[in-house]
Design a protein around this ligand. Structure first.
Ligand code: SF4
Length: 474
């Protein structure tokens, strides 16, 4: 049996033992849940707009190959150079090629989950290129040398005091002030000088419109607009699922995303990028590139059940409402996408042999499904991945890596017992008599018993009780 390349259980235990981290998360998640709820006071409106956004995403996925071709055609017509990357290595190589050609020394980046997936910063730094995250949360995380703990609020695991200490340590002449306004202003001053000096700006894409060749980018800090307009070259990165068919498909997505994510009616900035600077225009980059990353998405797309994973608009609401994520935080997942969406997306991208533990890190409570603005059946997909993890030769990369003969025998025994009334009676009678005396941890089943509280067995079986009440056995 292959083992996971990361240890979610150990990382979770460490997170649970950190009261500061748990306190930071609890406070932040309670705030986000409250703000989101305030955005949807009317259940009818929520169901209506949610259905509309889901249908936009479903329609886009139903025509994905055609829309991607159209997107390339219209982007090219607009002067945007489109690059296709099958893997993260290819995407990194494309980025490096562009940077070398323009002799880039300094890159400023807006928020982009795809570049987290590519580990782009490490690749650029290894190549001697300075790269600076300009989203405040990402900047904090970069200074701290860690990774984002949330897809929308990367530094949500830190409080003001921790950030003040970090800035004091890492930024020249920083004062030791636990004051959010001061800290934000300090970061702004550092970043502003870098925007002006940067050779290349990079960003993500929230939605790419096939019919017009337009890249939509929403953000709150203005750093996205700076990254995409100030440096002479802009490189945007997107997963291939981010395409939508028409311009009119954008409003439902960009209306639901901030409401679900941060409880804002809309983000402060909505950027619509339709090409480089044109003759006579005073600002904007002279080159715009779009890198479209596959990295396993085509395989996800090929499976009608798993395809729904690609509907995601990366709002993070499923994380904010997940009883596991809100306790252990984002770093325990050791992945660019934590929480419920990470539990289904990361194993499909990286393989169940490496990430087979993630679909099990779930109570199946369904909170993520109820809150997801595009109705992704996360729990169903999680169930499918659990099956794939123990079924060799399945559809998902690394499938079958978790196959265990002991577990298969236990489940066969369980099925046989429940299929035979006589076996069921014998088993329940045995449990009622000796179950409570049995040890709570069984060596052969330790993966199951070590992390679960042993049930207390009733002294009398249901059949006993029914007979005592004069109810005849069926
Ligand atoms: S799965 Fe749904 S709730 Fe979670 S990030 Fe994606 S769109 Fe948002």
């Amino acid at each position: 049996m292959a083992s996971d390349s990361t240890d979610f259980a150990a990382a979770s235990r460490a997170a649970l033992a950190d009261p500061q981290l748990r306190g930071n998360f609890r406070r932040a998640m309670d705030g986000l849940m409250g703000k989101r709820a305030a955005q949807f006071p009317d259940a009818g409106e929520w169901h209506g707009v949610r259905g509309l956004a889901a249908s936009v995403r479903l329609r886009a996925l139903s025509k994905l190959p055609e829309l991607l071709e159209k997107l390339e055609e219209n982007c090219t017509r607009n002067g945007i150079t489109v690059h296709w990357a099958a893997t993260t290595d290819e995407a990194n190589a494309i980025a490096l090629d562009i940077l070398h050609r323009v002799d880039a020394k300094l890159v400023v980046k807006g928020k982009s989950m795809v570049t987290e997936e590519m580990h782009l910063n490490a690749v650029l730094e290894k190549d001697g290129i300075e790269v600076l995250e300009s989203d405040l949360g990402e900047y904090i995380v970069q200074l701290d040398g860690t990774m984002p703990s949330h897809i929308i609020m990367p530094a949500i695991h830190l409080n003001t005091k921790q950030i003040a200490h970090l800035f004091k340590r890492r930024i020249k002449d920083a004062e030791s002030r636990e004051d959010a306004a001061y800290l934000t202003d300090l970061a702004r001053r550092v970043l502003r000088a870098k925007f002006q000096a940067a050779d290349v700006g990079m960003s993500g894409v929230n939605a790419a419109v096939a019919e017009t060749g337009t890249l939509c980018l929403i953000e709150n800090e203005g750093n996205g607009r700076m990254c995409t307009t100030v440096p002479p070259v802009h490189i945007a990165f997107m997963g291939l699922e981010k395409v939508v068919e028409k311009l009119e498909d954008v409003p439902p997505v960009i209306s639901l995303l901030p409401r679900s994510a941060t409880g804002q009616p809309i983000t402060t900035y909505v950027n619509m990028i339709s090409g480089p600077r044109r003759p006579g225009e005073k600002d904007g980059p002279r080159e715009v590139h779009l890198v479209i990353l596959d990295n396993g998405r085509s395989s996800i797309y090929a499976d009608p059940e798993l395809r729904d994973t690609l509907r995601c608009i990366r709002c993070g609401a499923c994380m904010n409402h997940c009883p596991v994520y809100t306790k252990v935080g984002g770093h325990a997942y050791e992945a660019p996408y934590p929480g419920p969406i990470g539990k289904i997306l990361v194993p499909q991208i990286e393989g169940l042999d490496k990430r087979g533990a993630l679909p099990h890190a779930c109570t199946m409570c369904n909170a993520c499904v109820e809150i997801c603005p595009v109705k992704i059946p996360i729990v169903e997909i999680m169930g499918r991945l659990r099956v794939e993890a123990v079924r060799p030769g399945g559809a998902v990369k690394g499938g079958g890596a978790k196959a265990s003969r002991t577990e298969a025998m236990v489940w066969s025994g369980w099925a046989a017992m429940n299929a035979s009334p006589a076996a069921y009676r014998v088993a329940t009678l045995a449990m009622s008599r000796v179950g409570n005396a049995a040890p709570s941890s069984l060596p052969l089943l330790k993966d199951w018993t070590n992390v679960r509280t042993k049930p207390r067995f009733a002294a009398r079986t249901l059949h006993d009780l029914a007979r005592a009440k004069g109810i005849p056995d069926a």
